[in-house]
Design a protein around this ligand. Structure first.
Ligand SMILES: Cc1cc2nc3c(=O)[nH]c(=O)nc-3n(C[C@H](O)[C@H](O)[C@H](O)COP(=O)(O)OP(=O)(O)OC[C@H]3O[C@@H](n4cnc5c(N)ncnc54)[C@H](O)[C@@H]3O)c2cc1C
Length: 464
């Protein structure tokens, strides 16, 4: 009797589960009919939304549901200081474009950007009515200078194409059913009960969220440990702090870390630098932070930064400029007369003199030749102690994620699990600042979306 009761109870539980699953499938996608296929996109960021739109463009009959735990496109909103640096317009050659990805520079040289590169992305947004402009440094922004133009464009396309975006829901687990479909567990924020959804295709575009990495692992993928990239350097130097706001249009910087014994060319960079109230920033520092992201992480963000403030002048020429200046301006105070060839500000010149222990009030004539040589060395090879990682408010990205070796980059399909796709920051790809990170999201989203659309169309036509 007891045994029969237990069996009956188990049947009830099973029926309830099946009923719940049927109900929630309907809740996730009201339009799904038994023969219609369903694509679930995990994550409503740039990669997920762009992928969903393109899947639906290729296969309008396909049901496409984007599940987003927060608000869709929230990073797009804050990106580029609220202006959204959509892509980079200076890299027409895909080989050069790929060099802007510390993780991915080898793999992305091939089909990835050929299929959908910056020009394709720009054309798509322009075709949707978003006016874009390319700034001198190659960064592409909407003419409106507002990320809302990008968000409005994507969301109106989502609506037009009939993509369903379900917010405040988190995909918490995934498994594969014997039918080959994906069974997703979806947690609604307002409910204690989880929904279950069966999907024919799965696109994981969950950015750098831990849950996304867990989903990838549950489907057999490995995950390269995530570490931060694109940050500024903290430098403990009170005198440097007084220079906060000073910019250098062109410096050459070299990062030396105890954990790195070999020569890594990318740990030397040339470009503009900015002094902040906590240390150093600007494109050159951000590029170093990206290329050195893993090494800096393992060094506890401690190391030495060697800065050449006058990279276009050889050290010997620089020293001879100083010697000539001493002769020519012997009667002038050093602080008031910096050699114009150096192109540096008076504030920075004062910092250099102070670091050398020289008073700005002394006359050029009184400076010893050895002091002159030291000034020369300081300008060419100035050492700063990096004591930590700062923040860069305009952009931040994670290095690490699903390795590209586990993905077919011409389709973005997993090599481990068929009908599973990845796009965007969840992959072990990250770019330097300048629009390259969004480009990874657009390209990956496009390739995954159009591939899924193609598969769905094939199976739809085959079933007719
Ligand atoms: C402040 C800031 C500014 C930036 N500015 C720029 C810029 O100007 N140009 C540029 O190229 N790059 C910029 N970046 C980087 C760029 O935003 C990212 O590279 C890009 O957003 C990655 O897109 P994605 O779709 O892969 O991931 P995301 O944009 O992170 O989207 C992933 C989405 O998935 C959701 N999600 C995660 N897990 C789950 C789950 N389990 N269930 C449901 N939903 C889930 C998240 O809530 C998120 O909305 C910036 C980044 C930051 C932080």
């Amino acid at each position: 009797m007891m045994r029969q009761w237990q069996v009956l109870q188990a049947c009830f539980r099973l029926c309830n589960m099946l009923w719940a699953r049927r109900c929630t499938t309907l809740a996730i996608s009201p339009a799904t009919k038994s023969k219609e296929e369903l694509l679930v996109v995990v994550g409503g960021g740039a990669a997920g939304v762009y992928g969903a739109i393109h899947a639906k463009t290729v296969a309008p009959h396909l049901s496409v549901v984007v599940i987003e735990k927060g608000k869709p496109l929230s990073k797009v909103k804050v990106s580029g200081g609220g202006r959204c640096n959509v892509t980079n317009g200076h890299c027409v050659d895909n080989m050069i474009l790929a060099e802007n990805y510390p993780r991915g520079h080898k793999e992305l040289r091939g089909s990835f950007f050929n299929t959908h590169g910056p020009v394709d992305t720009m054309s798509w947004f322009v075709s949707q009515g978003v006016e874009l402009k390319v700034e001198d440094d190659g960064r592409v922004f909407p003419v409106s200078n507002s990320s809302s133009s990008i968000i409005d464009c994507l969301m109106s396309e989502v609506k037009e194409r009939g993509v369903s975006v379900q917010t405040r829901k988190t995909v918490t687990a995934v498994s594969i059913l014997s039918s080959g479909k994906f069974l997703l567990e979806v947690q609604q924020h307002t409910s204690v009960h989880a929904e279950h959804v069966e999907a024919d295709y799965l696109l994981i575009a969950s950015g750098s969220s831990r849950q996304g990495y867990t989903l990838a692992s549950q489907l057999g993928h490995s995950v390269v440990d995530p570490v931060p990239s694109l940050f500024t350097f903290k430098i403990e130097d009170l005198r440097l702090r007084e220079l906060s706001g000073v910019t250098f249009p062109k410096v050459k910087v070299r990062l030396k870390l105890d954990s790195v014994q070999r020569n890594i060319p990318q740990l030397t960079q040339v470009g503009p630098m900015l002094v902040t109230h906590w240390g150093l920033s600007g494109p050159v520092v951000l590029r170093l932070s990206a290329w050195g992201a893993r090494f800096l992480f393992s060094s506890g963000y401690k190391g030495k930064l060697f800065v050449d403030f006058i990279p276009d002048l050889h050290v010997e020429s620089l020293k001879s400029v100083l010697s000539h200046h001493k002769l020519q301006y012997a009667k002038q105070k050093v602080l008031n007369s910096c050699p114009p060839e150096f192109g540096i500000t008076k504030r920075f010149w004062s910092y250099v003199l102070e670091r050398q222990g020289l008073s700005g009030d002394i006359l050029w004539a009184s400076i010893s030749n050895s002091s002159l040589m030291s000034i020369g060395s300081l300008l060419k090879d100035c050492v700063f102690e990096v004591t930590g990682k700062g923040q860069f408010k305009d952009e931040f990205v994670t290095a690490g994620g699903v390795p590209l070796s586990e993905i077919m980059l011409n389709t973005m399909e997993s090599k481990i699990c068929s009908r599973l796709f990845f796009a965007g920051e969840i992959l072990n790809v990250d770019g330097v600042t300048g629009g390259f990170n969004f480009q990874n999201a657009w390209s990956g989203g496009f390739i995954a979306g159009t591939t899924i659309g193609g598969l769905a169309l094939g199976s739809y036509l085959g079933s007719k």
